[in-house]
Ligand binder design. Structure first.
Ligand code: NAD
Ligand code: IPM
Ligand code: MN
Length: 370
């Protein structure tokens, strides 16, 4: 029997709380021996720093590289505010993305029908919303060199971050966006700031050329990223796929999360290129939200972003499309039943904690299989 290896990195704060709900689903799926999930768990973020003095150990990094897929919770928190920059919790996440070459971060923002009133926008603006932000994840200002603070010697310091993009990096993320658009409403909007950034000029040129060469059947629009942010909250349903750089994608996906009701709803998939011989991609699945220090340890975090990230894992790493759809349907049904964590609470709904929400989704997942 073939096995499917999953490396779990729950991390800090609400990360482990949300991951526990996914583990229940994996355990249930393994009652069918054919599922064959084999899990191992490691440390990342502040919890890894406390144990090893680094945000991820080389041993855990090697396990992440070897696994079929990594499930990542969240990292960070005030406890580690003063650790050295290189060892801060977020450095563990950035190392995973960079070393595994996970250049394509898929951040779907879907407004479940039951949640249209939980959004900060009017229900009619978000009902039926289904957009996909394709964020470049291994380049740009996150990784460009130089990246440093230098002492100017006159009592002043200079902080430097560098935005760098090469043609191949833009081409490959544009290709992912166009390919995915073909499976959806066939529209891509590319966002950059070509009016002030050279990398934005190149981004625009390369996306345009890639479109002309291989994807002219897809509708392509361009927007300056600041205007794109405005349009996302003005008329979000105008978008299908948005492709953008690492930093703009980070910010625009947090904006998009509130259209869906809560940051606790947004999953993501971080994918590498398919291997030339096996066709397999390295992959990590991570909610868009962070460790939520303000609610950690209270059992009230919304586990849906983490569970929906596992659904993306079933779809993209294991081609278990029916199971992925069933898990997403289970989430939708539980929301339809009026079961809510505090972040998406509505009048007349039943407020539950993390565990109850996970249990309700698992029960629905089982019921849908019957
Ligand atoms: P955050 O996403 O942790 O929290 C922002 C707000 O959203 C908080 O009020 C929080 O309670 C709420 N929230 C987030 N997820 C939720 C959930 N599942 N259920 C209910 N409410 C939820 O962002 P932050 O407060 O800016 O950052 C906290 C720490 O997390 C920082 O150290 C940051 O660097 C880190 N962070 C990590 C990741 C990651 O690990 N992928 C992502 C973002 C931020
Ligand atoms: C995210 C987070 C990360 C990012 C941080 C924690 C490094 O905000 O995944 O959205 O900026 O990419
Ligand atoms: Mn972010």
């Amino acid at each position: 029997m073939s096995t499917r290896t999953l490396f779990l990195l729950p991390g800090d704060g609400i990360g482990p709380e949300a991951m526990a709900e996914v583990v229940k689903i994996i355990d249930h799926m393994n009652t069918d021996a054919a599922a064959g999930f084999v899990t191992d768990t490691g440390l990342v973020g502040g919890s890894a720093y406390d144990a090893h003095g680094a945000a991820i150990s080389d041993a855990d990094m090697a396990k992440a590289m070897a696994a079929d897929a990594v499930l990542f919770g969240a990292v960070g928190g005030p406890k580690w505010d003063d650790v050295p920059y290189e060892a801060r919790p977020e450095a563990g996440l950035l190392r995973l993305r960079k070393d595994m070459q996970l250049f394509a971060n898929l951040r779907p923002a879907i407004c479940y029908p039951a949640l249209s009133a939980a959004s900060s926008l009017k229900p009619e603006l978000v009902e039926g919303l289904d957009i996909l932000i394709v964020r470049e994840l291994t380049g740009g200002v996150y990784f460009g060199e130089p990246k440093e603070i230098i002492d100017l010697g006159n009592g002043q310091k200079r902080g430097i971050d560098t935005q760098v993009y090469d043609t191949y990096e833009i081409e490959r993320i544009a290709g992912v966006a166009f390919e995915l658009a073909r499976t959806r409403s066939n529209r891509v909007c590319s966002m950059e700031k070509r009016n002030v950034m050279k990398s934005g000029v190149l981004w625009n040129q390369v996306v345009t050329a890639t479109h002309k060469d291989k994807y002219s059947d897809v509708q392509l629009d361009h927007m300056l990223a600041d205007a794109g942010g405005m349009q996302l909250v003005r008329q979000p349903k105008q978008f299908d796929v948005i492709v953008t750089d690492n930093l703009f994608g980070d910010m625009l996906s947090d904006v998009a999360s509130m259209l869906t009701g809560s940051l606790g709803m947004l999953p993501s998939a971080s994918l590498g290129a398919p291997d030339a011989t096996t066709g397999k991609r390295k992959a990590m699945y991570e909610p868009v939200h962070g460790s939520a220090p303000d609610i950690a340890g209270r059992g009230i975090a919304n586990p849906i972003a983490m569970i929906a990230s596992f659904a993306m894992c079933l779809r993209y790493s294991f081609n278990m499309i029916a199971e992925a759809n069933r898990l997403e349907k289970a989430i939708a049904n539980v929301l339809d039943q009026g079961i809510r964590t505090g972040d998406i609470m509505a009048p007349g709904a039943r407020q539950v904690g993390t565990t109850e929400m996970g249990d309700a989704i698992l029960a629905e997942f089982k019921a849908l299989a019957a």
